[in-house]
Design a protein around this ligand. Structure first.
Ligand SMILES: CC(C)(COP(=O)(O)OP(=O)(O)OC[C@H]1O[C@@H](n2cnc3c(N)ncnc32)[C@H](O)[C@@H]1OP(=O)(O)O)[C@@H](O)C(=O)NCCC(=O)NCCS
Length: 169
């Protein structure tokens, strides 16, 4: 199976924040943003694997800045690392200034997916070769994040999380 690059999975979703999608402070409701992130990441995972994909875990979401009603929000998702059947996807969230069009990064998230067949059994996916500095940084950190996620899910003993343990030495 031929390796791919992160940019082959790039998924860009641009949408408005409407009043029905906000909280009491008229900012985008967190759960709505999580759903948009999941959607963008799942398309990236599908583009990378060309298989059915399911979300297996969410590693990290940072709600760094509120997103006011009326904002134009752009989500950019890419696969950062592929393992055997699972892959890590990174999503960056931007809003743009109405008048200047300049972009500000407001949030980011890391979602993990597994490629499965028609009966939900994991299948092997292509490996990934990072190209840019940011892609390499995210690729290099992905194994530690995967092990942390597995330990937290009770699927890996802390003693077996070798890459994770190295971080604390
Ligand atoms: C995802 C799913 C198919 C995995 O099944 P499983 O029996 O755990 O399969 P495996 O143990 O073989 O794990 C498959 C891969 O997922 C990875 N994985 C499992 N749990 C994980 C977690 N919490 N975080 C990160 N990766 C995880 C495993 O490490 C393995 O990766 P690899 O093949 O790249 O090495 C199964 O858990 C499932 O169907 N979950 C529900 C998914 C779902 O409905 N999502 C929400 C709606 S889309």
């Amino acid at each position: 199976m031929e390796a791919k690059t992160p940019k082959e999975s790039l998924t860009i979703l641009t949408d408005l924040v409407l009043p029905g999608e906000t909280n009491y402070l008229d900012n985008l409701f967190g759960g709505e943003l999580l759903a948009r992130m999941d959607r963008a990441c799942s398309i990236a995972a599908r583009r990378h694997s060309r298989q059915i994909v399911v979300t297996v875990s969410v590693n990290h979401v940072a709600f760094n800045r509120p997103i006011p009603v009326g904002s134009v929000v752009t989500l950019e998702a890419k696969v950062s690392r592929a393992f055997k059947s699972s892959m890590e996807t990174y999503v960056d969230v931007w809003i743009e200034d109405r008048q200047s069009g300049s972009r500000t990064k407001v949030n980011e998230g890391i979602y993990n997916f597994v490629a499965v067949d028609e009966i939900g059994k994991p299948v092997t996916i292509p490996q990934i070769i990072p190209e840019t500095e940011l892609e390499k940084e995210r690729f290099n950190g992905a194994l530690v994040r995967k092990q942390l996620s597995l330990v937290l899910a009770g699927k890996l003993e802390a003693d077996e999380a070798t890459a994770l343990k190295k971080m604390f030495k």
